[in-house]
Design a protein around this ligand. Structure first.
Ligand code: SF4
Ligand code: SF4
Length: 431
């Protein structure tokens, strides 16, 4: 359970063993553009290169040692992220486990790997099973939903390969959860989407991420951009970025994005199904986070937390960035070859990044009745202006207001049940 919601931990690093490299070319991927930086000659600090393509053995050892030493909690969780982390051979991860055992000196160590699943083999499954790793698999729903955007480098569909991977994980009794993006192709079919995960995949943990990206045309896609796409993503608004470009600057919403009302309706529809049948059986990250907000505890996803900054990214060359969505030069915190992890993570820059999520809330959010569960959601999506012209309102705000209004009576009930020492699933009989 703890590995399913790592963001609730006090400190957390997503390690990119293969850097931004990936064998797929999902159309909405915010990390795809980083691939052209891998072989760049520019230094990372100059805003360009992520030299080398993969994490070296020497860096792996230093990272494992420092990360274990840094953790204040008894259990240490490692997360291997991408790009596609399975582009590294299994021998790399076996070596990581050896370092974990050596430097862990008996501490409990967990691992989680987040993958597109297409490179999974029986040898991998055996390893994942034997070592007790949790696997997060990216799948966006039914074949039609998934293959709308999740294509490989040849432009071929990937759904069947991912389904095969899930079957293998189940055959080998590997613990897994599903990570699904909600995008233009699936947001209009919420029930079909949800039932696919529940009834066909028998998925117990479902993590939803709405896709919202803003893009501008790329004059020459071969020099940056998104692997031949005609547009590139814009740097999201954030603590160290200037305010986002406004209308008329050539920036528009990417076609795969969800709209606020679509996101609101999607959540409400799935919630109605879940709250009648699945509480305590199927865990949906957004619903869990909302309940956490109602209870006044830190939610399992950073986007609904009061502050961000507890989940940094380490690129394959040791560069640390504030957040997976902010792997941009102005958010580079340092490199673990030159500084220790604690100095980087607890340094001034990351502390400021973390606090600004709260400090930069517009008045509309500060006065909002749903602030306890929303906290203005992720700063990277705060590119609207409020009704009175203040910048910094989250693009999905209208959808969230619809959702929070809808679920409030159920959340009140579940909170009261939990406070009374009873399980939350009583809500299924109460309405
Ligand atoms: S910027 Fe968004 S994704 Fe990044 S840590 Fe903050 S809330 Fe999370
Ligand atoms: S629902 Fe809207 S106004 Fe309320 S906290 Fe969230 S983003 Fe801000």
């Amino acid at each position: 359970m703890s590995t399913a919601y790592p963001f609730a931990r006090p400190l957390y690093v997503m390690a990119k063993a293969a850097g931004p490299r990936c064998n797929l070319r999902c159309k909405y991927c915010y990390y795809l553009e980083k691939q052209h930086l891998v072989n760049s000659k520019k230094s990372p600090s100059s805003g360009g290169g992520l030299e080398g393509g993969y994490m070296s053995d020497e860096l792996l050892e230093a990272y494992v040692r420092d990360y274990i030493q840094l953790q204040q909690v008894p259990e240490v969780l490692f997360t291997w992220h991408g790009g596609e982390p399975m582009l590294r051979p299994l021998s790399f991860y076996k070596q990581a486990v050896r370092y974990q055992q050596y430097y862990g000196r008996g501490r409990q160590i967990s691992n989680c790997i987040q993958t597109n699943g297409t490179l999974l083999t029986s040898e991998w499954c055996q390893f994942l099973h034997d070592e007790g790793w949790l696997v997060g698999i990216s799948i966006d729903g039914t074949q039609q939903m998934h293959d709308a955007y999740r294509l490989d480098a040849k432009g071929e569909e990937t759904w069947q390969r991912v389904m095969n991977a899930i079957q293998m994980l189940q055959d080998y009794h590997v613990e897994w959860n599903a990570m699904a993006t909600v995008n233009h192709a699936n947001v209009g079919q919420p029930l079909e989407f949800y039932k696919f995960f529940r009834d066909e995949l028998h998925c117990q943990f479902l993590q939803l991420s709405p896709i919202v990206e803003r893009v501008r045309p790329t004059p020459d896609p071969s020099r940056g951009g998104r692997g031949g796409a005609e547009y590139s993503l814009v740097v999201p608004p954030g603590p160290f970025s200037p305010l986002p470009p406004r209308e008329g600057s050539g920036v528009g919403l990417a076609p795969f994005s969800v709209k606020p009302d679509e996101w609101g309706r999607f959540l409400c529809t799935i919630f109605d199904e879940w709250v009648k049948h699945d509480v305590g059986e199927t865990f949906v990250n957004v619903f869990d986070a909302t309940l956490a907000g109602w209870m006044g505890v830190t939610p399992g996803i950073c986007v609904y937390a009061e502050e961000c900054g507890h989940a940094v990214v380490m690129e394959h060359n040791g560069d640390i960035y504030s957040c997976d969505h902010f792997v941009f030069p102005q958010y580079r915190l340092g490199n673990i070859r030159q500084q220790g992890l604690p100095q980087i993570i607890y340094g001034e820059k990351q502390t400021a990044f973390s606090r600004l999520k709260k400090e930069s809330l517009p008045r509309q959010c500060r006065q909002c009745e749903w602030l306890k569960a929303c906290h203005g959601e992720c700063p990277r999506l705060r590119f609207l202006h409020t009704a009175d012209g203040e910048p910094g309102l989250n693009y999905l705000c209208a959808g969230y207001r619809m959702y929070f209004q809808h679920v409030a009576p159920y959340m009140d009930f579940m909170r009261n049940e939990l406070l009374a020492g009873r399980p939350a699933y009583g809500v299924m009989r109460a309405f």
